[in-house]
Every structure is written in structure tokens, then in C-alpha cells.
Write a protein of this length. Structure first.
Length: 125
């Protein structure tokens, strides 16, 4: 497996375990202790991600199999385009991770809820 393929597999596995399976132990296993978070609503570090997962659990977000539409990698950067359900609504996410020493070390994202009324018939996924 090439380093890029290894980074892709690591990122997919981590994302499914942490956000699909809602398994907080995955944070310690897959994320660096000094994890850098670029989403302004989540603090840096492992504790910020753990608090986010706890919030999802407390809001009744179900464990689910994450659907990945696109997984793109360029060196140490891996981008995921995924479908997720929260609060009874479908969401689309684009998550970008930087991988270093077999750990996720940095994260950027963009998210969009599937609207009730659409301006076009183009798929979001």
C-alpha cells in the first residue's frame, strides 16, 4: 500500500469509527494529542472532538454507516465527501484532514443540510 493509500484508509477508518460508530476511543487511537481544529465551533485537541461526539450522542444521533461519495488524497491531505444523518435530517460534509505519523493532526470542514425545498434537481451526493 502506498503512503497516500495508507492515509486514505486511515482517514476513512477513523471517520467511520468516531462519527459513524460514535466511538470516543477512536479519538485517542486516530487523532494526535495536539489535533488542530479549523472548525470555529470545536476546540482544538482530542477533548474538543470527544465533546463533539458526546454532544451527537446526547442529541440522539444514531450510529450509522457513513456513505463516502469521494475520497481524495494528495500526499498528507485527505478529503472526504460524505453523507450523514443528524436530527432526522440528511447532511453532506466535506472534511479535509492532514495526516502525520499515522495520526489525524489537522481538520477543516464544510457542511450542508439537505433542504426541504430545492431550487434544482441536481443531486447533492
Amino acid at each position: 500500500m502506498t503512503p497516500v493509500e495508507k492515509n486514505k484508509q486511515l482517514t476513512i477508518t477513523a471517520y467511520q469509527r468516531i462519527f459513524g460508530d460514535l466511538d470516543i476511543t477512536g479519538v485517542d487511537e486516530f487523532m494526535s494529542k495536539d489535533f488542530i481544529q479549523h472548525n470555529p465551533s470545536t476546540p482544538d485537541g482530542q477533548d474538543g472532538v470527544k465533546a463533539l461526539v458526546q454532544m451527537l450522542i446526547s442529541q440522539g444521533v444514531p450510529k450509522q454507516k457513513i456513505e463516502f461519495k469521494h475520497v481524495l488524497a494528495d500526499g498528507d491531505i485527505v478529503s472526504l465527501h460524505s453523507r450523514y444523518e443528524m436530527a432526522g435530517k440528511e447532511w453532506r460534509f466535506i472534511d479535509i484532514y492532514r495526516v502525520e505519523n499515522d495520526k489525524l493532526v489537522e481538520h477543516w470542514d464544510a457542511m450542508m443540510q439537505m433542504p426541504d425545498v430545492r431550487a434544482n434537481n441536481n443531486p447533492m451526493f
